[in-house]
Design a protein around this ligand. Structure first.
Ligand code: FES
Length: 117
């Protein structure tokens, strides 16, 4: 059976808003890939925690609802992301829950591939 559908809205640095559908259990990276969204360079390492290109910035409200705390590996990668803030996370590590349905997510202007650093 199909998982329940959820919607997220990506807000790009230029103000463009991209609404996309996914399912509970998808990562945010899955949603970007499955919808073939135009986020240049996003998710370069395919979720293997070696690139930081999937960096996203959440509102404090949403950040507090994210289901899992970041692992050491995620924090190490976040340290390499541009524009990193206190509510930054890596999209490949965020798994959609029912509570996250309808959230807005800010995509930083600079996507930094740590593998090229
Ligand atoms: Fe590379 Fe998330 S896709 S760290």
């Amino acid at each position: 059976s199909k998982n329940k559908e959820v919607t997220v809205t990506f807000v790009k640095a230029n103000g463009e808003r991209i609404k996309a559908k996914g399912e509970i259990g998808n990562s945010i990276l899955d949603i970007v890939v499955n919808n073939d969204l135009e986020l240049d360079g996003y998710g370069a390492c395919e979720g293997t925690l070696t690139c930081s290109t999937c960096h996203l910035i959440f509102s404090k409200d949403v950040f507090d609802k994210l289901p899992d705390k970041p692992t050491e590996e995620e924090i190490d990668m976040l340290d390499l992301a541009q524009e990193r803030g206190p509510t930054s996370r890596l999209g490949c590590q965020i798994i959609m829950t029912e509570e996250l349905d309808g959230i807005e997510i800010r995509v930083p202007a600079t996507i930094n591939d740590a593998r090229q650093a």
